[in-house]
Design a protein around this ligand. Structure first.
Ligand code: C5J
Length: 234
């Protein structure tokens, strides 16, 4: 067992391969102009700030061959999995399924729906497409995590108070030990990000833990480097 310096207290991590990195919705639709985020009236440039921290975490997980899961929020081209309530909400000019500058808004397979190039999944990394805000809703995420015996989730991505928080609450209810990386998640609304972190940590970590990317990376590097060295000496 190793510890990551975290809030509201240190996060215990077993070293027997039960931790995964969950990267939520780092898609062009949310981070680049012309996608779903901007169609809803948001300044999408704010979200770019976390890309280096998410990338660093991704590289560490890849280095130590730890599981990485990416999620994508998107709908089938025929919109059969998009409730009218979701499509019409916000009364924006460009709605889900309409053609925007990066293809059809929030539709699976369209250019704008892809994960940003900096974080493009490698072959073998799991990509979960989800029609909702929570990554457990109408997906096989839970069975996949159980199958791989993953008990601990290091969570990153966007947006903090929508898909990230919903997913973290869903995971917490299912018994997963969740840590949200403070500087690897972002919102269009700075106050909402701050409030989300506070809600997660309140009451002794009612939804889980938060920590800085450098604390997570420090513990993983120290622990897995040591474990790999010990294995190579056997
Ligand atoms: C939103 C998300 N904000 N990924 N989606 O609609 O948080």
């Amino acid at each position: 067992m190793v510890f990551i310096t975290a809030q509201p207290y240190d996060y215990e991590l077993p070293l027997d391969g039960n931790v995964a990195l969950l990267i939520i919705d780092m898609q062009r639709d949310f981070l680049e102009p012309g996608g779903f985020g901007e169609a809803l009236g948001n300044d999408v440039s704010r979200l770019q700030a976390i890309v280096p921290a998410v990338k660093q975490l991704l590289e560490v997980f890849r280095t130590y061959k730890l599981p990485v899961l990416h999620t994508i929020e998107g709908h089938q081209p025929d919109l059969s999995d998009c409730p009218p309530a979701k499509r019409l909400r916000g009364k924006s000019q460009l709605k889900i399924g309409d053609v925007g500058p990066m293809g059809r808004i929030l539709i699976l397979g369209e250019a704008g729906n892809a994960i940003i190039p900096e974080l493009e999944p490698l072959a073998g990394e799991i990509v979960i497409s989800k029609p909702g805000k929570g990554a457990f809703y109408h997906t096989h995420l839970e069975s996949l995590l159980r199958e791989k015996k993953i008990t601990h989730l290091i969570i990153t991505g966007v947006t903090t108070e929508v898909c990230v928080q919903t997913t973290m609450r869903e995971a917490n209810d299912r018994g997963f030990e969740c840590l949200l990386v403070e500087d690897a998640t972002e919102s269009y609304f700075p106050d909402f990000k701050q409030s989300t972190l506070e809600m997660i940590l309140a009451q002794g970590g009612i939804v889980g833990w938060t920590a800085k990317a450098k604390s997570v990376i420090h513990t993983l590097e120290k622990s897995y480097k040591a474990a790999n060295t010990a294995n190579s000496l056997i």
